[in-house]
Design a protein around this ligand. Structure first.
Ligand code: SAM
Ligand code: SF4
Length: 326
């Protein structure tokens, strides 16, 4: 077996986030512009077989964990078929899904049956009218029904991501935190990041995580907690008697790059070694030409940057998370 993949700073890479589409049934204010989006042509998007072929070449090098994301991955037809193929790759031990949750009530059972292990859902409000305003699509979406469907299918631990925006949804922080008392859910509050085309949002909308935690403390003392399995860059706490946890993710005030163990595959087959930074390697062309990918992985990792550039505020040059598979 080949030597495990390590980048130039000794970080071993066992986690791949796979974007299966750049499209979405939402247009979240902080993620996608309402108009003018250029979708990838269908021929450029990796097929499920091509995605699986890439994973099968990375697994012998130490890849263990996958996350399926987008865009909104559940709008790609027959997502359970991809999960089934990936689950059959030797060495892959954990498959998670990032979703806005709209299709979870109908899909949770089939996804779990296909081998999906767990779900991260995003929801920025518990109120239907507000969700429609933030997502700029009115799909009559009830996040709690989706969370219950995923829980019933055993897609746990279940994490809920909330992007906190001042004056838009920050008054619901306590309502979200309260969910963790009754349900075994892990609600994570994310600081808004200045990426993509944020015309309607400014720095004034960013709510720093200490402020979020101070508001939640109104419900009771917050005790530092271990956090759920597969915990990424979040700090977790629990409320008295709670079944779940609350967490904060602070991309703007801290960096997690020293412990970063992940790389990303875009829907059109580019390997990105850092969420932000111009480090992309085309895997689709060599894959379709039948060439081996291992030398390209090694070269890409050798160039994985030490940390992201968010703090330098290179706003404007940064692609939206929907494009890079956030
Ligand atoms: N559509 C899926 C979803 O919404 O979960 C998966 C893709 S989405 C790009 C992944 C995550 O990125 C979501 O939790 C979303 O809230 C987050 N995100 C997107 N743009 C962001 C921004 N500007 N600041 C903070 N988080 C952002
Ligand atoms: Fe779609 Fe997710 Fe981006 Fe919202 S955050 S527009 S649901 S990809």
């Amino acid at each position: 077996m080949s030597e495990a993949l390590r980048d130039q700073f000794g970080r071993s890479i066992e986690y791949l986030r796979i974007s299966v589409t750049d499209r979405c049934n939402f247009r979240c204010q902080y993620c996608m512009p309402l108009e003018g989006l250029q979708w990838l042509p269908k021929r450029d998007i990796l097929s499920y077989e091509e995605i699986t072929a890439i994973v099968a070449q990375l697994a012998p090098l130490g890849l263990r964990k996958l996350r399926i994301t987008g865009g909104e991955p559940t709008i790609r037809p027959d997502l359970p078929a991809l999960i089934r193929q990936l689950k059959a790759v030797p060495g892959i031990t954990d498959i998670a899904l990032s979703t806005n949750g709209v299709r979870l009530p109908e899909l949770s059972g089939a996804l779990a049956e296909a081998g999906l292990d767990r779900v991260n859902m995003s929801a920025d409000s518990l109120r239907e009218d507000r969700i429609a305003a933030i997502a700029r699509r009115n799909l009559a979406f009830d996040p709690v029904a989706s969370l219950l469907a995923a829980t019933a299918a055993g897609l746990e631990p279940l994490k809920l991501n909330v992007v906190v925006m001042r004056g838009i949804n920050d008054d619901e922080v306590v309502d979200f935190a309260r969910l963790t008392v009754e349900h075994p859910w892990h609600v994570r509050f994310i600081e808004l990041m200045p990426v993509g085309d944020l015309r309607e949002l400014t720095d004034a909308h960013v709510v720093p995580s200490p402020e979020v935690l101070a508001r939640i403390a109104a419900l009771g003392e917050l005790t530092p907690a271990a956090g759920p399995r597969g915990n990424g860059p979040a700090a977790y706490y629990s409320l008295p008697g709670a079944r779940g946890t609350v967490g904060v993710i602070t991309p703007m005030t801290h960096t997690y790059c020293g412990s970063c163990n992940r790389v990303r595959l875009t829907a059109d087959g580019r390997l990105r070694t850092c969420l932000y930074g111009d480090h992309e390697v085309d895997l689709r062309t060599p894959l379709r030409a039948g060439e081996p990918l291992e030398p390209l992985f090694r070269q890409a990792l050798a160039n994985k940057p030490k940390e992201h550039f968010l703090l330098e505020r290179r706003v404007g040059g940064l692609r939206a998370l929907s494009e890079v598979g956030g």
